[in-house]
Write a protein that binds this ligand. Structure first.
Ligand code: PAF
Length: 281
């Protein structure tokens, strides 16, 4: 696997690949890679000729600068993992490479409809930063396929919207949530959980499973209330538990009236913020 730190170096190589008729799959990441990311790499290598991954801790999507500072950085380990899984190129740029004119420059896209719920109000500016960086990375890599995980449900919904609105040719492929054996969704932040909180963290999966199982038994408001009670255990602080329409992300009041419904949650486990979701139908 070759590692590129500059836009020019990567683009030159990818131009050659394209000239040779190779299709390109792209997996954007912020590093601290785990089996969840590897499932995206595997999907990409199975569907395209060349897989490119990026490791870039994007400063513009951190509304909490402390979180940015604490974000795990493990580039050497990440590179080894990617190489072992058949990734052809790793793009590991500096902020200057990604944002040569400074990171204030954004794209014109109104995502306010999709950011008014769940993560949006709790992380002001976060999705604007995600859209900005994914758009820029797509401009650099110009992949045929883009691979993202279902775990960040709102993120991929917003990126799907961006691709559609801006009429970009890249196809978005969404990959299932990868879970630890006890149900905890894999995340780069999990390594920061204390031992005690790690032991309690399967409660997210258990709560989502409870809601899925009982979706026809209780009204939405009751389900959400019960879920918040389940998540409110010692040293855990639920931020939201929302049952939403899978397309518009708007809260639903009657599950039976929607085709695609998802339950999404965010919980503070001590100082670590965990998110998870489950498709109800
Ligand atoms: O999901 C992530 O790790 C990031 O939000 C992404 C898509 C790599 C953009 O920085």
């Amino acid at each position: 696997m070759k590692v590129y730190k500059t836009v020019r170096g990567l683009q030159r190589q990818l131009d050659k690949e394209r000239k040779n008729g190779k299709s390109i799959g792209f997996v954007p990441t912020m590093g601290a890679l785990h089996a969840g990311h590897m499932s995206l790499i595997k999907k990409s290598t199975s569907q395209t000729d060349i897989t490119v991954a990026s490791v870039f801790v994007n400063p513009t999507q951190f509304n909490d600068k402390g979180d940015l500072k604490k974000y795990p950085r493990t580039l050497e380990k990440d590179a080894k993992m990617l190489a072992d899984h058949g990734c052809a190129y790793l793009f590991a740029p500096s902020p200057k490479q990604v944002y040569p004119k400074g990171d204030q420059e954004t794209i014109q896209l109104d995502i306010s409809q999709l950011t008014q719920y769940m993560e949006g109000p709790n992380r002001p500016g976060h999705f604007e930063g995600v859209v900005q960086v994914v758009h820029r990375l797509l401009e650099i890599v110009v992949p045929d396929n883009l691979y993202m995980g279902q775990k960040d449900f709102q993120q991929f919904s917003i990126i799907a919207y961006m691709l559609k609105k801006l009429k970009l040719k890249t196809k978005l492929v969404v990959c299932d949530i990868m879970r630890e054996e006890d149900g905890l969704a894999m995340s780069s932040r999990n390594v920061r959980l204390t031992k005690a909180n790690r032991a309690k963290s399967p409660i997210l999966f258990q709560t989502l499973s409870f809601v899925k199982k009982n979706q026809n038994k209780y009204k939405v408001k009751t389900l959400e209330k019960k879920a918040l009670e389940m998540l409110d255990i010692r040293s855990f602080r639920p931020e939201y538990f929302s049952i939403v329409d899978g397309k518009t992300l708007a809260p639903v009041s009657d599950i039976s009236k929607h085709k695609f419904v998802v339950a999404c949650t965010a919980v503070w486990a001590g100082e670590v913020r965990l998110i998870d979701n489950m498709i109800l139908k």
